[in-house]
Design a protein around this ligand. Sequence first.
Ligand code: AMP
Length: 544
Amino acid sequence: MQSSMQDVPLLISQILEYGTTVHAASEVVTWTADGPRRSTYGEMGRDCKRLANALRSLGVDGDQRVATFMWNNEEHLELYLTVPAMGAVLHALNIRLFPEQLIYVANHAQDEVVVVDSSLAAPFAKLLPHLTSVRHVVVNGAVPDDVRAALAADGREVHDYRELLDAQSEEFTWPQLDETTASSMCYTSGTTGNPKGVVYSHRSNYLHAMQLCMPSGLGVRQGDRLLAVVPMFHANAWGMPYGSLLAGATLVMPDRFLQAEPLATMIAAEHCTGGAAVPTIWTDLLRHLDEHPEVDTTSMREVIVGGSACPPSLMRAFEERHDIRVLHAWGMTEMSPLGTIAVPPAGLAGEQAWSYRETQGRLSALVQARLVGPDGSVMAWDGEAVGELEVKGPWITGSYYLDDDPEKFDSGWLRTGDVGTLTPDGFLRLTDRAKDVIKSGGEWISSVDLENALMGHPKVKEASVVGVPDDRWGERPLAAIVVLEGQELTVEELRTYLADHVAKWQVPERWAFVDEVPKTSVGKFDKKVIRRSYAEGKLEVTAG
Ligand code: AMP
């Protein structure tokens, strides 16, 4: 029997129209050197239509790629909504990639129009001579004449974002698209080889945004004021832009003001209720809030941490000292990104609840998962058996854009490269990235377990553990430690502390005290750089 339901496509234009009319009074707030700059969703809806007309006038009439080289701000949100809604494809460039990688991804995606924040125009101008498909550069904000001239070299047209919009009509009819049409694309942060392109659809973005709003997700709802720290070029800002329009939540956009002090100011001034960021951002913010008890964070209810494993000590400190609940989440660019969120089972409290909250979280309803062992067998969900996680679902990629990578797919499942366990009730605990597991004399050591334990030490600011070659054991852990300012710490103290938290044979013999753990373009610990520094003899290693 056929259903009698209407076949209505799930489109970004629907999110745009709904959010900017039904939730017209909600706001996007952009932080500037002079404080907040505001626009209501209603005002933004009118700008989106002007923007669509402006982009049509630049020749965007099909699935051309419109790229952004921007911070999180109002204009970036307008592009997030408008470009897919008009049938084109949004490509948010990761401003922190190395220049060679940026050139590679912009050319690979064939970006034709690039919208650039004025504060990023000078570095962007240096890339431009290598970007072969770019015809138009639209600058958001004022730039000096020499920068403008550099942008205009080789016959490219340069436009001012606001001037371009001001010249346009507020009338625009969004096209009816197939919901499986490409809406946007994002490249992986590519720690090895070239970054790979993931192409999202209207349907995948729509369903993913609804997941964010579910109570088993972030539970986004009207009245929320979300601090969107995670960049819009890092896996769709974890779904906050579209989720907020659907739910009517206000978005607070930090633009380039990503240090702990301005973030704390934004939380207090804008009465933020939630937000999302990688652990390194929350670690800095925690220290700032500890040192400035006068900052009013009482509005802040619950925030998401993800992108890399969050040390439990960080979550507990936020909750105990600042009454802010930190929800651990796991995902990937390839997964739009949400896979799991650690909302504990109902009715649990205290340590019982923490035992769930410290995991990567419970699988989202539309994310199917299986664990595959080294011999290819599917493992049990018993909380014990360790395997590589493979996933499938409507917001999970089935391939990479113009890039065969058969290694990453297994009979329709995406191989995540993450290793861990699943409990019978669907909670994922990652023990490592497959490539970061330390194989010591036939036994596996989880680098994440060692890092989590070390970061629980009151004098440790950051700790990153990598496997390094060892004549006797094949591989052994090396711990790179950043000591909190003004504190002193010895290897002996760390060894004794660690021996209370992990099996003794796992305690590293190699230690390096460093000023900072190197970070990737999206703020994760960059283990590749630590391994290389060690291999090149650039790390001062203390034996212990
Ligand atoms: P990206 O697509 O750049 O965000 O990277 C995705 C990868 O980040 C995942 O495959 C994991 O290895 C890692 N990751 C993301 N969230 C977490 C988390 N909560 N715990 C541990 N690893 C994580």
